[in-house]
Design a protein around this ligand. Structure first.
Ligand SMILES: N[C@@H](CCC(=O)N[C@@H](CS)C(=O)NCC(=O)O)C(=O)O
Ligand SMILES: [Fe+2]
Length: 234
């Protein structure tokens, strides 16, 4: 398997490229609009065809590159049915399996940060978006966020994965690049060491985070796959 982690420093966003070496088919997880040319360059250098862009959710802090990549490369965008992005090509639900060459992708619904959050399991790794971050988790104070639901999603859908599963998050604000399920179960400040649901709810209620700087542009743009003006023009 070909694997690459990209970092967009303005919004601390991670994007992932996975490719099948045999068929040269590939997909991206959470592409960022401003980085599309870099993805296209790498795909071309590695002789890979982009099949899907997988969104873990409708992002509040940056604009997705899924619409631009669809226009430039013909890739299909994938998002959960409840995410609120009807511009996507495939609307998926919990348990759906997608195949890209020899790579199998399992969709696990992990709502809580938003109503339409999913994680994608590919072999020994899971792409958790903002559901489970390294040492933390996504906030739950907008986009139908629900801290109780997030606790249940993480416990039932992520902490049930094999302990050595690699955790690749949608963001990291401290420079961490990868974790494991075992590491998060032990050391995650909000969820680790068997923290109770009530303890988690109290932590989430008292976060007092600032309003994301790009949310007013990002949400409407991402509901149109990052291409709002084109959607209006039809
Ligand atoms: N300072 C960032 C914050 C972005 C933000 O709130 N990110 C969301 C994900 S969309 C989050 O859940 N962050 C978790 C945290 O900051 O602990 C901004 O203004 O864009
Ligand atoms: Fe988010």
């Amino acid at each position: 398997m070909l694997f690459r982690q990209f970092f967009e420093p303005d919004t601390f966003t991670y994007t992932y490229l996975l490719g099948c070496e045999r068929t040269r088919r590939a997909f991206l997880v959470d592409p960022v609009a401003s980085e599309v040319e870099a993805y296209i360059r790498l795909l071309s250098e590695a002789n890979l065809k982009l099949i899907y862009t997988l969104e873990t959710h409708v992002h509040a802090d940056h604009i997705t590159g899924s619409g631009l990549l669809r226009e430039k490369l013909g890739s299909k965008s994938v998002v959960h049915r409840d995410a609120g992005a009807m511009c996507a090509d495939l609307l998926v639900t919990d348990g759906i399996l997608l195949q890209v060459g020899d790579l199998e992708i399992e969709v696990r619904a992990t709502p809580g940060h938003t109503a339409g959050c999913v994680s994608y399991v590919v072999g020994d790794r899971v792409f958790t978006g903002d559901s489970l971050l390294i040492g933390g988790c996504g906030r739950t104070d907008f986009q139908q966020g629900d801290a109780g639901l997030l606790y249940d999603s993480i416990h039932h859908k992520l902490f049930s994965l094999p302990a050595d599963t690699l955790v690749f998050p949608g963001h990291d604000y401290q420079g961490h690049r990868v974790s494991t399920i075992a590491q998060e179960m032990e050391t995650n400040e909000r969820l680790g060491a068997n923290k109770s649901r009530d303890e988690f709810l109290t932590i989430m209620k008292n976060l007092k985070l600032a309003y994301p700087k790009y949310i007013d542009q990002a949400l409407p743009a991402n509901q149109a796959c990052g291409r709002p003006t084109l959607e209006v023009q039809g």
